[in-house]
Design a binder for this molecule. Structure first.
Ligand code: SF4
Length: 112
């Protein structure tokens, strides 16, 4: 089956296709970029979760169940490589330091 398109329509079609492809590429880059961005203590959502870059700075009065043994590298939602100082947090979908903490901390289960 042959699909003939008048030349003006073809140009408009091609232009729309290019614009659409470009928008998709930009959206993909924006999404990918969130996983390389670091969580900031001052951002509203992390702040509401009590996020600190260093577990030693957690407000113990506000979070009485927090202990110094709780930090991102011991959290189930953390993915990082041995020896690195940062990793990805699947909760914030951003980079966190191994010594960070937030009130969504979930202790990694001990191997049995
Ligand atoms: S969810 Fe876990 S890894 Fe993410 S910031 Fe909180 S303590 Fe760290």
């Amino acid at each position: 089956m042959k699909f003939d398109m008048p030349s003006d329509n073809r140009r408009v079609f091609m232009l729309h296709t290019l614009v659409g492809a470009s928008a998709l590429a930009t959206a993909h880059q924006a999404h990918a970029g969130t996983e390389t961005e670091a969580v900031k203590e001052t951002d509203a959502y992390p702040k509401s979760m009590g996020f600190r870059l260093n577990t030693a700075d957690v407000d113990q009065t506000k979070y009485p169940r927090h202990t110094l043994e709780q930090h991102c590298s011991q959290c189930q939602l953390f993915k990082g490589n041995a020896g690195e100082q940062t990793g990805n947090c699947s909760f914030f979908k951003r980079v966190v330091p191994v010594n960070g903490w937030c009130r969504n901390f979930k202790q990694v289960k001990a191997a049995t």
